[in-house]
Design a protein around this ligand. Structure first.
Ligand SMILES: Cc1cc2nc3c(=O)[nH]c(=O)nc-3n(C[C@H](O)[C@H](O)[C@H](O)COP(=O)(O)O)c2cc1C
Length: 123
């Protein structure tokens, strides 16, 4: 159910997503990311090509959000916890689609906990 909802929205996603992390003081930090994909089991995977502040934040605070918009103009915000991986099947999969001109240091694999479209909570 959760992955069906996300899969349907993700199929219509515009290129870039906005990944937001938070530092230990609660200060948010948002980045654009285009090297992103949805795994078969419905987890958003973001290639870490240039994470800097983002990397520091995910070492301390274990919740992130991903905001994206569809070609139909509907926005989705996914909140979740995550794993940061540098080996294993999902990491290898990221290396398959992450453009080789980018370093692909690691993969941020997000486990969806909540989904919103605007103020409406979908999950
Ligand atoms: C259009 C666009 C797409 C980007 N995609 C990615 C990406 O997929 N992965 C990544 O690590 N950085 C990506 N970046 C770079 C990040 O947005 C950001 O500049 C980088 O993480 C450093 O910011 P930080 O210090 O806040 O982490 C992209 C930048 C732009 C402008």
């Amino acid at each position: 159910m959760k992955s069906d909802l996300l899969k349907a929205a993700w199929e219509k996603k515009e290129d870039a997503v906005i990944l937001t992390t938070v530092d230990a003081q609660g200060v948010p930090n948002s980045i654009y990311a285009t090297c992103v994909n949805l795994s078969d089991d419905g987890r958003i995977v973001v290639a870490d090509n240039y994470f800097t502040k983002t990397k520091k934040n995910i070492e301390r605070v274990h919740t992130v959000s991903v905001l994206f918009i569809t070609t139909e103009g509907k926005s989705y915000q996914v909140k979740g916890d995550f794993e940061y991986i540098t080996s294993g099947p999902l990491y290898s999969w990221m290396k398959e689609w992450n453009p080789t001109k980018h370093p692909g240091h690691g993969a941020l694999v997000i486990n969806t906990k909540e989904i919103y479209s605007g103020a409406e909570r979908l999950l």
